[in-house]
Design a protein around this ligand. Structure first.
Ligand SMILES: Cc1ncc(COP(=O)(O)O)c(C=O)c1O
Length: 350
């Protein structure tokens, strides 16, 4: 069996071909990656030459930034998403030899980054989906995946609800995975990292907030047990040297974090205002994107594409997700929305 290929934002070349508009002419707001990137420092030659080992300085910076006791760099949180099902199955098998993945239940958000679903499905686990409310009655040894804040729904769970869920999962001797890919702009108190128990894993994406998704680095915050296990199975050269170097500088740069948060917040508010002006009333804001719910989502997606504006149409086709634009991109979007509002066939945009 192979992993299902899910739709994601960031497929500009493909979309540009579909609409026969050259890629350079597009406004791409299809991802939740910050348009403001951490400036790439001069990378000392040894980070290119030598085999990459995460130095103490990076680990200390990551622990401080994420407020974690144990923190491991990985090649983007996606690497860990793909790895966890086999680790959990092995762990269960060490307790009971004849257990198989289909005996174990995984609770997933019905709306959310689909790669979680793909990884558990591929490994043969039984999937159950939850909506607004976190799952309550859990099967023994089950796994619960929470994306907080959720992409693309934008829903932010209260820290208190998550610690309750954590206690419930622990009671069932299960595993809790909290994907905090979009947490950086939100108050640190909303993160569950500082309250982890043994079987809770928190995934932190580096690429989104720091605007450097291409360097492929992320972090996993865990208990000592999971830290050692993941460290063992992922081998010595998980992340390339230049990415390790850049991440260390970026995680330590508190002044840049502050500036980045205020720039993103400002641009997010400006985007929200612009969308409201053009009649997109039902918005859910997450610091790195805005979700706009509209019965016309599919129609609007195509209309925007025809104007060379690429946003993300949700898998459910009930909403559009706009990434945060910089100043020029916001002006470009405004022009397109003026054009769009002249299209009478679209009627009411909400
Ligand atoms: C919710 C969520 N988690 C994890 C990821 C994976 O990101 P990365 O591997 O760059 O850390 C994404 C990517 O879009 C995401 O949206």
């Amino acid at each position: 069996m192979t992993m299902t290929k899910f739709e994601h934002g960031g497929q500009l070349e493909k979309v540009a071909k579909q609409y026969n508009i050259p890629a350079h002419a597009w406004l791409d707001l299809s991802t939740g990656i910050s348009p403001f990137s951490y400036p790439i420092p001069n990378i000392p030659i040894q980070f290119w030459q030598q085999l990459p080992i995460a130095q103490d300085g990076l680990i200390a910076a990551a622990k401080q930034y994420y407020q974690a006791n144990f923190c491991l760099p990985c090649s983007g949180s996606q690497q860990i998403i793909e790895l966890i099902p086999s680790l959990w199955l092995n762990q269960m098998r060490s307790l009971s030899h004849d257990i198989s993945a289909s005996d174990l239940t995984v609770y997933l958000p019905s709306v959310g980054y689909k790669e979680h679903q793909g990884a558990w499905q591929l490994a043969g686990f039984q999937l159950k989906f939850y909506d607004q409310n976190l799952p309550n009655e859990l099967m023994p040894n089950s796994v619960v995946v929470v994306i907080n804040p959720n992409n693309p729904s934008g829903q932010l769970r209260k820290a208190n609800d998550l610690t309750q869920l954590q206690a419930n999962v622990n009671q069932q001797q299960g595993l809790l995975i909290v994907d905090e890919a979009f947490m950086d702009v939100i108050q640190p108190s909303e993160s569950i990292v500082s309250q982890l128990t043994e079987n809770t894993l928190v995934l932190r994406s580096f690429g989104k907030f720091f605007g450097l998704a291409g360097i492929r680095i992320g972090f996993i915050c865990t208990s000592e047990k999971w830290h050692n296990l993941i460290n063992q199975v992922t081998g010595p050269w998980r992340v390339n040297g230049p990415a390790l170097y850049i991440a260390e500088q970026a995680l330590k740069d508190k002044l840049w974090h502050q500036t980045q948060i205020s720039k993103l917040t400002q641009q997010q508010q400006a985007l929200s205002q612009l969308l409201t002006e053009f009649g997109f009333g039902r918005q859910i804001s997450c610091p790195l994107f805005i979700r706009v719910e509209t019965s016309q989502a599919k129609h609007l997606y195509h209309a925007l594409c025809r104007l060379a504006v690429y946003v993300r149409l949700t898998d459910e086709q009930d909403a559009l997700r706009f990434g945060i634009p910089n100043h020029e991109q916001l002006a470009q979007l405004k022009k397109a929305l003026v054009q769009l509002s002249k299209d009478k066939s679209l009627g009411d945009l909400a």
